[in-house]
Design a binder for this molecule. Structure first.
Ligand SMILES: Nc1ncnc2c1ncn2[C@@H]1O[C@H](COP(=O)(O)OP(=O)(O)OP(=O)(O)O)[C@@H](O)[C@H]1O
Length: 427
């Protein structure tokens, strides 16, 4: 994908002079270990603001920071910038230079990876990184909120590797009681502990020749961490109650919804194990950061889960899906589509959280506003219901939707961008 190159320059604050090129679709600025631009200003939050590159410009999204993100004295939560501007976070000011030159972000040509689908730039960038990492045996760490598809992506890594013919074994380190986890992972000999009346093969051995997916790795008890590190480094395990070691040939993919780098700084997670796991580290963006994926994913889930090959989304449901914030990410979207397939279209009954705002009718009284403002509000509302409905009618293909609406593709894209930035700031 060709996007305008964006350079961030610290022009005020303790890190003044620092300059960095934004080289990925999603770029975090903050003081936390995981930030792509790490500042030392203690009035800046750990994950303060997210910069999202797109062909339309750069989107600046405050990540719920304590002191806010400001542009020309106005606090902003989510804006799309199309020209260079200075933003202020705490006592730091950052000049965002949108260069005339363009940058080629590596994007996978495909809009899927294994069973995971996603046409947004952020997902295709992620697919490109995983495609490159998959054929080697390197350990991959997948970070991301719950329900973003980490396990599906881990399975995709397995499918894209030479181990695809071998087993894929998943262990949820957060769901197994700490006293049983060691035996789950490494196995035990008969009589290893009270109740161990027969030997048990652990996940490492079950995954031999294949991939072991360690979910919620951040929950791994601290006393088990050196044992895992040893297994990764020596490629050997020692079952509980056993005397000898056993060789293993396993590729590890781990996932976490915590920031492991920060946890290791707080000494809740061993630093050496973190580096051993994060040879390749990727972060899956939450669904709210890739709203262009919502409708294609919803259609995909509906078709795949329920075998409705031709299923399409009714316009009012499509509008609600687009307007919702998806705290539970793709898992929640899947639940909604499950319910829709069973209950039919009563959109208000489908959602887990609060019912998303229906697009307000254009006819609502706006007479308290000056004419130009009222006209803009009415137009925004109209586009919010019109654009998803046309998109839906066009099977979510933008070129076709633009034809139906009888406007240029660029104008239609602009409308989509507009409703997206409006939706996010709308709570
Ligand atoms: N990109 C995607 N394409 C298709 N389905 C997806 C995608 N992402 C997630 N899903 C579906 O959403 C559900 C949740 O995904 P998954 O279990 O992989 O998330 P997770 O990040 O591992 O969650 P947790 O952190 O809670 O373990 C699954 O049903 C999965 O199939």
């Amino acid at each position: 994908m060709r996007v305008h190159a964006v350079t961030v320059e610290v022009v005020a604050g303790p890190d003044v002079g620092t300059r960095i090129v934004v080289d990925r679709p999603a770029f975090v600025v903050g003081t936390g270990e995981g930030a792509d631009l790490r500042l030392t200003d203690d009035t800046v939050s750990r994950q303060h603001v997210r910069l999202l590159l797109s062909q339309a410009g750069i989107r600046v999204r405050d990540e719920g920071s304590t002191n806010g993100t400001w542009i020309h004295g106005i606090r902003v939560t989510d804006v799309l910038l199309t020209s260079s501007v200075t933003i202020t976070l705490g006592s730091t000011s950052l000049a965002l230079h949108i260069d005339a030159a363009t940058l080629d972000l590596p994007l996978a040509p495909s809009e899927s990876f294994g069973d995971a689908v996603g046409g947004s730039a952020a997902m295709r960038h992620l697919f490109a990184v995983l495609e490159r990492a998959a054929p080697s045996d390197v350990t991959v760490l997948i970070e991301g909120e719950s329900g973003t598809g980490k396990e599906l992506l881990a399975h995709g890594v397995h499918l894209h590797s030479d181990r695809a013919g071998g087993p894929f074994v998943a262990i949820d380190c957060g769901a197994i009681p700490a006293n049983l986890l060691e035996s789950e992972l490494f196995g035990h000999e008969r009589g290893a502990f009270t109740g161990a009346d027969r030997a048990r093969v652990g996940a490492f051995e079950q995954a031999n020749g294949g991939t072991l997916f360690l979910d919620e790795i951040g929950e791994l008890p601290i006393d088990l961490q050196p044992k895992l590190l040893r297994a990764l480094e020596m490629r050997q395990i020692r079952p509980l109650g056993g005397h000898g070691v056993r060789s293993i040939n396993v590729r590890i993919v781990a996932a976490t919804n915590r920031n492991l780098a920060d946890a290791s700084k707080r000494q809740e997670f061993r630093v050496d194990l973190y580096y051993r796991l994060a040879v390749v580290r990727v972060t899956v963006p939450p669904l709210r950061d890739r709203s262009e994926d919502i409708l294609p994913l919803a259609t995909h889930l509906l078709r795949r889960l329920h075998g409705f090959e031709e299923a399409t989304l009714p316009p009012d449901l499509a509008a609600m899906l687009s307007a919702y914030k998806w705290p539970g990410n793709v898992r929640e979207l899947r639940n909604v589509m499950d319910r829709y397939a069973v209950l039919g279209a009563n959109p208000a009954a489908l959602f887990d959280g609060s019912v998303p705002t229906r697009p307000t009718p254009v006819a609502e009284d706006l007479s308290h506003l000056p004419y130009h403002e009222a006209r803009q509000v009415a137009l925004d509302r109209f586009e919010r219901s019109y654009v998803p409905a046309v998109l839906e009618r066009a099977g979510n293909i933008v070129v076709r939707a633009a034809e139906l609406a009888q406007v240029g593709r660029t104008s239609f894209h602009r409308m989509i961008q507009r409703i997206r930035s409006n939706h996010i700031g709308d709570d």
